[in-house]
Design a protein around this ligand. Structure first.
Ligand code: GTP
Ligand code: MG
Length: 484
């Protein structure tokens, strides 16, 4: 059962609780695109936004004009560094998508995004197969109890052995990994095999693949299984299929595999259909790990008329917008003009402006419903991991953060020219707000500012930002780790 009451469902269905656009909680899908570097997540986001009509032309990694990779270093390195929130509408649903970085040095932002979604789409490179990032993200998503989807990308490549890759995925991640669609016409098309059973694909018949995934799904629920055995597949309603599918994802009984080419657009429509029809909505999925003031797990409820509970999973210091806190609403409704508290802070702040986020574009909205992702600007006390709420009853609740890797790599810094220490301190403080795996400390003997991160590359990127964004040049010295 979803962790919500019938009460919400009914209220939502009456339409009383929709946002200005009419989107109700059960129409929202929150999906993180994650996986190894270079698997094609950023280009996949472009293809999805294009197919959903959210952009008119797809950007490319080479031209550096994607919605997601907007930072100068992301463009120069042709890799994502920060996570990027975007959205589109498809099939009566509102999809919030979060593109994440695949390089392990940037996992701070990547793992933070997992706290905001029900589903993680782990993107796998059809040519390279299973890589370190594939395993890491499958593990983190499972540990957090999230629905997982394996998206095999780059099926347009001639040399891709997709049949072997499916077998390798099943071997590595379990026999619950099953194709929900299949490539056809040498990767030029993708055919759904969950709702359809006729036709042939590049490997396996649709009938065979259909039978396998349907058997896996219906067996999760005795009533559905009974009905299926007695009256056949045609007797199952779309609602029953959705609920059984969702339960399978929640319980780890199914990891659907789907196929796409972010380059040619093959499989993109099928992926959007899958999201709209079968993936969990915010009132479904496993409950997020909130802890109440008494230290006990707190079950939140995606009810629009409950007290507000939202969690800030991303901070952006934007040169034009100022400091932005991007959050996921878990329960209650946030409106422009709402008064919100931050953690156990006494003084509320007023939501003067509420934004929907499309990469670097922020559009004003009036309402953010339970399950939705939105942003507030210019709230100085807001921070990563902050719980926003509107009643002192929720003063001490927290959402367990993802398990971040420890920042163990250190460098000592000096400003060039000397005397810009204050400017450096401000710049570092801003960057630390955005990046949970980056920290700074001051050593007394010898007197030094020391930064810590996940690798040398990670720190180089951060220090380049110090130079580019805040105009402070630094020289660095490796640090004797025994004294660090
Ligand atoms: N042929 C082909 N190339 C693709 C496809 N998807 C992505 N690419 C290319 O693969 C490279 C990596 O794509 P990205 O989208 O940047 O990969 P990413 O997963 O976002 O990588 P990180 O941001 O480093 O994690 C780029 O050169 C893309 O143009 C695809 O479906 N087919
Ligand atoms: Mg990327």
């Amino acid at each position: 059962m979803p962790h919500t009451s019938e009460h919400i469902r009914t209220e939502n269905i009456t339409g009383k609780t929709a946002d200005a656009k009419g989107t109700r909680t059960e129409q929202i899908r929150n999906i993180a695109l994650a996986g190894h570097a270079g698997a094609g997540k950023t280009l996949l986001l472009e293809a999805l936004l294009l197919a959903g009509g959210a952009i008119q032309t797809a950007g490319s990694i080479d031209r550096g004009n994607t919605v997601s990779d907007t930072d100068s270093q992301e463009k120069a390195r042709a890799h994502s560094i920060d996570s990027c929130v975007a959205h589109l509408d498809h099939g009566g649903c509102h999809l919030n998508l979060i593109d994440t970085a695949g390089h392990a040095e940037f996992f701070g932002a990547t793992l933070s995004a997992l706290a905001a979604v029900e589903t993680v789409a782990v993107v796998v490179n059809a040519i390279n197969g299973i890589e370190h990032g594939t395993r890491e993200l499958m593990k983190h998503a499972r540990e957090r109890g999230l629905a997982r989807l394996l998206v095999i990308n780059k099926i347009d490549f001639d040399g891709a052995d997709l049949r072997a890759l499916v077998e390798a995925l099943r071997e590595e991640f379990g026999s619950e990994c099953l194709p929900v669609n299949l490539p056809a016409g040498h990767g030029k098309r993708v055919l759904d095999c969950f709702f359809h059973s006729e036709g042939s694909s590049d490997f396996s018949s649709l009938a065979e693949a259909h039978q396998r995934i349907l058997d896996q799904v219906v067996e999760i629920n005795e009533a559905t299984m009974g009905q299926y055995l007695e009256s056949g597949e045609a007797a199952l309603t779309p609602r029953q299929l959705h609920d059984a599918f969702e339960q399978c994802l929640r319980e780890g009984h199914l990891v659907p595999i789907c196929f796409v080419s972010a380059r040619t657009g093959a499989g993109i429509h099928e992926l959007l259909e899958l999201a709209a029809r079968l993936l969990p909505n915010p009132a479904e999925g496993n409950p997020p790990p909130f802890v109440g003031g008494d230290g006990e797990p707190l079950v939140i409820d995606a009810n629009p008329s409950s007290h507000v509970i939202a969690d800030v999973f991303k901070i952006v210091n934007d040169p034009f917008m100022g400091k932005l806190g991007i959050f996921r609403v878990w329960q209650g409704t946030i409106r422009r003009d709402s008064q919100l508290l931050i953690d156990d802070g006494r003084k509320p702040f007023k939501v003067n402006h509420l934004f929907r986020v499309q990469g670097k574009t922020y559009t004003e909205i009036d309402v953010a419903m339970p399950g939705d992702i939105a942003a507030v600007a210019k709230v100085e006390d807001i921070h990563f991991d902050a719980v926003l709420h509107d009643s002192h009853d929720e003063d001490r609740i927290t959402l367990a953060p993802p398990t971040f890797p420890s920042p163990t790599y250190c460098l000592a810094l000096e400003t060039k020219p000397k005397g810009q220490e204050q400017k450096l301190a401000v710049a570092l403080a801003r960057l630390i707000e955005e990046e949970p795996c980056f920290s700074v400390e001051h050593h007394k003997a010898p007197n030094a500012t020391v930064v810590r991160g996940l690798s040398e590359l990670h720190l180089r990127v951060m220090l380049e930002r110090v130079r580019e964004r805040y105009g402070v040049e630094v020289t660095t010295h490796p640090l004797d780790m025994s004294t660090a």
